[in-house]
Design a protein around this ligand. Structure first.
Ligand code: SAJ
Length: 412
C-alpha cells in the first residue's frame, strides 16, 4: 500500500515510520522545506524515542521520502495542526482545509482520505466532506473519507500508535471499512468503527476529561493552601480509594491537546459546556497562582527556572504555562535564567549557570534530570538555597535546603 501523509510532525512522522516498518511505501509531505531536507537525509527533527532509526533505514531502503508536494497514493492521511481561534474558541480548520485541497490534483477514484488532526464535532460533515464533493466525488462510493483521531502520549508514541484501540469514524460505513484497512497495516489494538461526528467528539472529550480532572486537583491545591492542609497528602490518601483517581496539580496545563480541545466542544454549545469552560479557566489561572507564591517566597532577585517544556522529557513547549509565568516574573523585574536540557534555545543555560547567585529555583516541568539535582552545586551557588517545585518531583532535600511544593504553600 502506498501512503501519502500530509504533515510530518509529532503524529505524522511516527505514523509514517510505522507504515514503512510494515511493508508500505510512504511519502511524507511538509510545508517546511528544512524539515523535508532533514528527513530526506534520514534524520528526524522531533524528540520522540524509537523513530530515528526506522526513518533512517526507510530512507536507505527507498520506502520513505519527504516532499513539499503530495504524490499519488492509495491512502492520504492528514496530520496537520488545528489551533484554536482565541477570540471565539473555535477550531481553526485552515491547515486541514488547505491540506485537503492540496491533495485534490493527486486523488484517484477508490482512494481513502483520513483526517487524523483533532477537529471540532461536525467538522468532517460541514467542512471537509464538501471539499471532495465539490471536486466530483461521491463519498462512500468512489472516495472513502474518515476521521480517525490519534490518541497517543508523547514520549510513548511508537508503542501507543500500535497498541491503543483506534476510533475509525467514516462518513459512511464503507468509509470506515476502507480506513480500517489502512490502519490494519500496523495497528494491533481494536479498530472501532463509528460515524465521523462520534469520532470527533470522542477525541475532544478524552482530553476534556483529563483537563477537568487536572482542574479539580488545581482547585484542591488552592483550597488547601487557603485552609492549611497538605494537598499532596490529600490526593495520595484519597487515591487509595479503589474508585478515585485525583490527578496531579501543576503550574497549568500545556500542550496542544488538553489546553485546546475542550474549547472545540465549548464553542459548539457554550450554554451547556459550563464545567468544561470552568476547568479551562481554573487551569489557566495556575500561572498567576505560581507567580503569587514566588512573590511570597522571594519578593525580588534572580529566579532559576527549571523546565519550559509543557511536560517532562519532551522538547515540546507548545502552550507551555512556563512562558506565562516567566513573562509575569520578568514584568515584575525578576532576573530569569532558564535551564531546559530538552528545549533548544541559545539563551538557555545549564544548572550551574542558572543557579549562580539565584534566590530561588523554580521547577515548572518534570524532566527526569530535575528529579535528583546536584544539591552540593546548588548550595555552593546560592546564598540561601530555596526550591519551589510546582510538579512535586522532588521527594527529599538536604536539611539546609528549603523546599516548597503544593503541599506546604500555606506556611508562607
Ligand atoms: N498535567 C497536569 N496534571 C496531571 C496530568 C497532566 O498538570 O495530572 C499537565 C501536564 O503537565 C501537561 C498537560 O497537563 O502540561 C497535558 O499533559 P498530558 O500528559 O495529560 O497530555 P498530552 O497533551 O501530552 O496528551 C494528551 C493525551 N490525552 C489523554 O491522556 C486523554 C494523549 O493520549 C492524546 O493523544 C493527546 O493529548 C492528543 O494528541 O490529543
Amino acid at each position: 500500500m502506498k501512503i501519502c501523509i500530509i504533515g510530518q510532525g509529532y503524529i505524522g512522522l511516527p505514523t509514517a515510520a510505522l507504515f514503512t516498518k510494515n511493508h508500505c511505501e510512504v511519502v511524507g509531505v511538509d510545508v517546511n522545506e528544512k524539515v523535508v531536507e532533514t528527513l530526506n537525509q534520514g534524520k528526524i527533527h522531533i524528540e520522540e524515542p524509537g523513530i530515528g532509526e526506522i526513518i533512517k533505514k526507510a530512507v536507505e531502503k527507498g520506502v520513505y521520502s519527504a516532499s513539499t508536494t503530495p504524490v499519488k497514493a492509495d491512502a492520504f492521511i492528514i496530520t496537520v495542526p488545528t489551533p484554536y481561534i482565541a477570540e471565539n474558541y473555535t477550531c481553526d480548520l485552515s491547515y486541514v482545509i488547505s491540506a485537503c485541497e492540496s491533495i485534490l490534483p493527486y486523488l484517484e477514484k477508490g482512494n481513502t482520505v483520513i483526517v487524523e488532526s483533532t477537529i471540532a464535532p461536525m467538522s468532517m460533515d460541514d467542512y471537509v466532506k464538501p471539499i471532495f464533493e465539490k471536486a466530483g466525488y461521491t463519498i462512500g462510493k468512489d472516495l472513502y473519507l474518515a476521521h480517525c483521531p490519534e490518541r497517543v502520549l508523547p514520549g510513548k508514541i511508537m508503542y501507543e500508535l500500535v497498541h491503543n484501540d483506534r476510533i475509525v469514524g467514516g462518513i459512511t460505513p464503507e468509509c470506515s471499512i476502507k480506513a480500517s484497512e489502512v490502519y490494519g497495516q500496523f495497528v494491533e489494538g481494536a479498530l472501532m468503527k463509528t460515524e465521523a461526528k462520534t469520532a470527533e467528539l470522542s477525541k475532544c472529550m478524552e482530553n476534556t476529561f483529563r483537563d477537568v480532572n487536572i482542574a479539580l486537583a488545581n482547585e484542591l491545591t488552592k483550597i488547601c493552601t487557603k485552609i492549611g492542609v497538605n494537598a499532596l497528602d490529600v490526593i495520595e490518601m484519597a487515591n487509595k480509594h479503589p474508585r478515585v483517581n485525583l490527578h496531579s496539580p501543576g503550574p497549568g496545563v500545556g500542550g496542544h491537546c488538553l489546553a485546546i480541545d475542550p474549547y472545540f466542544i465549548y464553542s459548539k454549545a457554550p450554554e451547556y459546556a459550563k464545567i468544561i469552560k470552568l476547568a479551562r479557566d481554573t487551569n489557566n489561572s495556575m500561572p498567576e497562582f505560581v507567580y503569587e507564591n514566588v512573590k511570597k517566597i522571594t519578593p525580588n532577585g534572580k529566579i532559576a527556572v527549571l523546565g519550559v517544556a509543557y511536560k517532562g522529557n519532551t522538547g515540546d513547549d507548545r502552550e507551555s504555562p512556563a512562558y506565562e509565568i516567566i513573562a509575569k516574573l520578568k514584568e515584575d523585574n525578576y532576573e530569569i535564567s532558564i535551564c531546559d536540557p530538552h528545549v533548544a534555545n541559545e539563551e538557555y543555560v545549564d544548572l550551574k549557570q542558572a543557579t549562580k547567585d539565584a534566590n530561588l529555583i523554580l521547577i515548572l516541568c518534570d524532566h527526569d534530570e530535575f528529579k535528583d539535582l546536584d544539591y552540593d552545586l546548588i548550595k555552593e551557588n546560592m546564598e540561601k538555597a530555596i526550591i519551589f517545585d510546582t510538579k512535586n518531583i522532588i521527594k527529599e532535600v538536604p536539611e539546609d535546603i528549603k523546599l516548597y511544593n503544593y503541599g506546604n504553600l500555606f506556611s508562607l
